[in-house]
Design a protein around this ligand. Structure first.
Ligand SMILES: [Zn+2]
Length: 287
């Protein structure tokens, strides 16, 4: 059964660890992440962007697949199905399709419109028992065609949005989606500290987890980050493992062309990466 993120986030906040949000793209991705979470006894959040939702035929297909998989695989750890960077319309669609948690990204609106729309989404989610993530200060880089400027959030605006009743809050602190450039200045811990103080007890979210050095990740967790989004890193290891399989000519040996064989190295690579992240975030054994 899917759960919202409220309880897992409060436990993470109290226990000073973070739960990984791993974005899914297909059945193999979902299965790899769920099995790893079960093996590691870790709570887990499956992230679905609007683009990935469309790719997988629609939110209903995704929600039904994930729910069925939890049953068929005998998954017992808490699993949340979370809309990643949802638009206003997308958020409504995902809540009607069976998602257990919604991110409404109103960071590209001015703050008044972000507040008004976030409030509406909070009310709709409250009626359904879903959790809500809001965003202040656009996260840099590209997320499914949406280019963010890499803003640094204003702690006062973070408090205003947090006080609306969101369950988790994403704030830009110099983090970006995708690969980080060589000249990246690092996370703004001074700002994170101010946001953490201003929003007292609010579980914070770190987007763009790919390529942030481990010591920075740990420091961010110590400053209130309870959810870390991992997307690009799984894509990179899946592509690398698949490329190696084909470059080694394995698809030409015997029945190596069978998709169950062809996709296996990428599947294993995702499992390994997810395990590594759960260990880093401290969520192993917390389910
Ligand atoms: Zn993001």
């Amino acid at each position: 059964m899917l759960v919202n993120v409220k309880e897992m986030m409060q436990k993470a906040r109290d226990g000073k660890y973070a739960v990984g949000q791993f974005n899914i793209n297909n059945l193999e991705w979902t299965k790899a992440i769920l099995l790893t979470a079960e093996e590691q006894k870790s709570p887990v959040i499956l992230g679905v962007s609007e683009g990935a939702g469309k790719y997988m035929c629609g939110f209903k297909t995704v929600a039904d697949m994930v729910s069925a998989m939890i049953g068929d695989l005998g998954i017992t750890v808490p699993v949340a199905l979370h809309l990643d960077h949802g638009s206003y319309e997308g958020a409504k669609k995902a809540m009607d399709s069976g998602f257990s948690s919604i991110m409404f990204d109103g960071s590209h609106y001015d703050i008044d419109e972000n507040i008004a729309k976030t409030k509406e989404i909070i009310d709709l989610c409250a009626e359904r028992g879903l959790s809500v993530e809001a965003e202040v200060g656009a996260i840099g880089g590209e997320e499914d065609g949406v280019i963010g400027g890499g803003e640094v959030a204003d702690p006062a605006e973070c408090k205003t949005i947090a006080d609306l009743g969101v369950d988790i809050l994403a704030a830009g602190i110099g983090n970006i989606h995708g690969k980080y450039p060589a000249n990246w200045a690092g996370l703004r811990f001074d700002v994170l500290e101010e946001i953490n103080k201003a929003t007292v007890g609010m579980p914070l979210v770190l987007h763009g987890g790919t390529g942030i050095p481990d010591d920075m990740v740990k420091k961010a967790i110590s400053l209130g980050v309870c959810k870390i989004n991992v997307n690009t890193e799984c894509q990179l290891v899946f592509a690398e493992a698949t490329r190696k399989y084909i470059e080694a000519g394995k698809d030409l040996e015997g029945k190596g062309f069978d998709p169950r064989k062809l996709l296996a190295p990428g599947f294993e690579a995702i499992k390994e990466k997810v395990k590594e992240k759960m260990e880093l975030f401290g969520s192993v054994g917390k389910a």
